[in-house]
Design a protein around this ligand. Structure first.
Ligand code: FES
Ligand SMILES: [Fe+2]
Length: 434
């Protein structure tokens, strides 16, 4: 059970909070690369951990991240001109490079003045179709963490950003909660709204959220890892060919401070829940697989094909009590949730819980074990950091072999960990406990 005080620690992310301090120790996604489509394109406003930034791509194509407000007299650089190797404030024309060098100050022609100061710029990199930045203490910059989707052909990867009016944790918890899949995502996971033990994902199946077994009360088996944990949702499956009883096992990996890897039959989803503020979250969905994707088809499958609720221009998911969180009750005869698609279902449920869940009022059951583990591991990492230690996984640079596992039949009592030999990563193995 999470107390109200622990809930505050888990959900508040501003600069003066324990969670905010810990999250600032890691590299974080700040926008999709496609939001800065070309050199000198329009700068982008973004919020991360309760603070506002401008992100821009300079003439050479490099991405830069600066405080939103100009260091001179605080005009927004989001209004600025991006040209000739920097971003220029509209008000008095001060111009800054991606590194924070002050290139021009037209109303104060003193070169020594320019050389003596730096604009508040943050280390930035572009990888995996996203721009990443580091907001922590300069002397403590950690290794940049590489994921599997950084490699391979670009067309085998899709990145979508969705900004949802909800605290990051309730959205992340949805991603470590296997038991909701066969209910909330019924149309994809259980299209007949009934069990379907003979389900076999098709060869070209974008919709393979479908459970191999229609069991909505999976056993949850969790193992801690140096970067967080991974867990198996075990559903009662048909017996193996030799008559041995078996489980259908689906494994999700959770990588601090914001990531989970979700298994699908033919590709994986890497999902990052990056807090904009205490009450708003930028979720980055990265689909990555062995074959090129059709972006339009994927948008339809995910339910991001309704421009009144979401569009690629601002990525905001426009739901709230005023539009019934996007629900169309007239469609509930054919769409179980009335919300129309995987991402709207998760985002609308997350938003409907109110901006920050009051966790001390919940009634948890065994199927919520991986959600409870997310909270306890986050608290453990925050407390360790507040005591002067290193948060989980901070010094691991290579996550490229950490994976999830789509529904796989394993003999009851068999080790699912053996299918994921690289998931523990470096460091000592920690005992599993449920
Ligand atoms: S406020 Fe930006 S140049 Fe003056
Ligand atoms: Fe979900």
């Amino acid at each position: 059970m999470i107390s109200a005080a622990e809930n505050e620690i888990l959900t508040r992310v501003g600069p003066e909070t324990p969670m905010g301090r810990m999250m600032r120790r890691y590299w974080l996604p700040v926008c999709a690369g496609t939001q800065l489509p070309e050199p000198d394109s329009a700068p982008l406003h973004t919020r991360v951990l309760g603070e506002s930034f401008v992100v821009f791509r300079d003439t050479s194509g490099r991405a830069g991240v600066l405080d939103e407000l100009c260091m001179h007299r605080r005009a927004s650089l989001v209004l600025g001109r991006v040209e000739e190797g920097g971003i220029r404030c509209l008000y008095h024309g001060w111009k800054f490079s991606v590194d924070g060098d002050i290139l021009e100050t037209p109303n104060h022609c003193d070169e020594r003045f320019r050389a003596s100061l730096k604009a508040p710029a943050y280390p930035a990199r572009e990888a995996g179709g996203m721009v990443w930045a580091y907001f922590g203490p300069k002397e403590l910059e950690p290794p940049f963490q590489a994921y599997e989707f950084f490699g391979g052909p670009e067309e085998n990867r899709l990145v979508f950003r969705v900004n949802t009016p909800a605290n990051y944790l309730q959205l992340w918890e949805g991603g470590t909660d296997s038991s909701h899949v066969g209910i909330l995502h019924c149309n994809l996971a259980n299209p007949e709204w009934k069990g379907k033990p003979d389900f076999v994902p098709g060869a070209d199946d974008y919709t393979s959220v479908a459970l191999a077994v229609g069991d909505n009360a999976p056993l949850i088996d969790i193992e801690n890892t140096p970067y967080g944990y991974h867990y198996a949702a075990k559903r009662e499956g048909p017996a193996l060919a030799d008559g041995t009883s078996a489980h259908s096992v689906r494994v999700t990996a959770v990588i601090f401070p914001t990531c989970r890897i979700i298994p699908l039959a033919h590709y994986q989803f890497f999902v990052f829940e990056v807090p904009q503020s205490d009450e708003r979250t930028s979720t980055y969905f990265v689909a990555h697989g062995p074959k090129p994707f059709d972006r339009a088809k994927m948008l339809g499958v995910l339910g991001l094909d309704k421009p009144r609720l979401w569009n690629e221009a601002d990525c905001d998911y426009r739901v709230g009590p005023e539009n019934r969180y996007g629900q169309d009750r007239a469609k509930m005869g054919e769409v179980w949730s009335g919300l129309g698609g995987l991402i709207p279902e998760d985002a609308s449920i997350g938003a409907s819980m109110e901006p920050i869940v009051e966790r001390h009022k919940e009634v948890l059951v065994a199927a919520d074990a991986a959600v409870a583990r997310l909270r306890s591991r986050l608290l453990e990492s925050v407390r360790r950091h507040e005591a002067g230690g290193e948060p989980f996984g901070l010094s691991i640079a290579d996550y490229s072999k950490v994976r999830s596992l789509a529904d796989t039949h394993i003999a009851a009592g068999g080790r699912w960990q053996d299918f994921l030999p690289h998931n523990l990563g470096p460091g000592p193995k920690q005992p599993a406990r449920v």
